[in-house]
Design a protein around this ligand. Structure first.
Ligand SMILES: [Zn+2]
Length: 253
């Protein structure tokens, strides 16, 4: 399985528009972060988790020519606003499978009503197959996916476990019963916003405590704010086998 980090930034991305913060002005490519998403590939399958406003740029950058589906963690704008740009995939492949909590799919139906239109649909609009996730494991591309339930402040969010890889973003609270589903991971990806606490995201300390509980072989941090600091400086402070993810990073599991 190959995982490509398409974006590793928090909701505004890095640089933030108009910001004079030193991290936003950094020339290090590792300090430039699009909105969070990963491309997960195995055999001939490719799935993306979330489809934020940078989706088009991310698909071009990753030279992705086919997607088998999109898994949504939750309905916030930084995770869904690229859905219109599935058009090139739809034109070549037909309906694109989208997976999410019923509430998330309903939010997409409101935001992108023309995509879900059944009568007099605009000919250029893409179409999707809606697949609801209810918390039980489901299969895509011959592989079992285990949803991991968490809270983003008060909002329910899903993370996903694929075999020995798990991807969790926008988590603030994860119950022990869900943490049990994360045993024996080779790679855990988890969100860490910055050092300061935040109402709906793990800060660095909370993310490291979470990693300590899950005990994966390796962990990567994502959904990073410019307030976290420069990639190279933060990386030096992290424990062994914990890495700050960066855009375009590829890992094999
Ligand atoms: Zn987010």
């Amino acid at each position: 399985m190959k995982v490509t980090f398409l974006g590793t930034g928090t909701s505004q991305g890095i640089p933030v528009i108009g910001s004079r913060h030193p991290v936003c002005l950094s020339s290090n490519p590792k300090d430039k972060r699009l909105r969070v998403s990963v491309l997960v590939e195995w055999e001939n399958y490719s799935y993306v988790i979330d489809c934020g406003p940078d989706f088009r740029q991310q698909m071009l950058r990753a030279k992705c020519t086919k997607i088998d589906g999109i898994l949504f963690t939750h309905e916030h704008a930084d995770h869904v606003m690229g859905l219109d740009d599935i058009r090139p995939f739809f034109f070549r492949q037909g309906n694109i499978d989208i997976y999410g909590h019923k509430r998330v799919i309903q939010a997409l139906e409101r935001t992108f009503s023309y995509i879900f239109e059944t009568e007099n649909k605009y000919p250029g609009a893409p179409s999707v197959n809606e697949q609801y996730i209810d918390g039980s494991p489901f299969k895509i591309g011959g592989l079992e996916v285990i949803p991991i339930n968490g809270l983003h402040n008060q909002l329910q969010v899903y993370g996903f476990r694929f075999d020995r890889f798990a991807y969790l973003t926008d988590m603030k609270t994860v119950e022990d019963s869900e943490i049990k589903k994360l045993q024996h991971l080779d790679v855990l990806v988890v969100n860490a916003l910055r050092e300061e606490p935040h109402i709906s995201h793990f800060n660095l300390e909370e993310a490291l405590n979470f990693i300590d509980k899950v005990k994966p072989k390796k962990a990567f941090l994502t959904h990073i704010s410019h307030h976290m600091g420069f990639h190279d400086e933060v990386q030096q402070k992290l424990p062994q086998n914990v890495y700050l993810a960066y855009d375009n990073l590829q890992i094999t599991i």
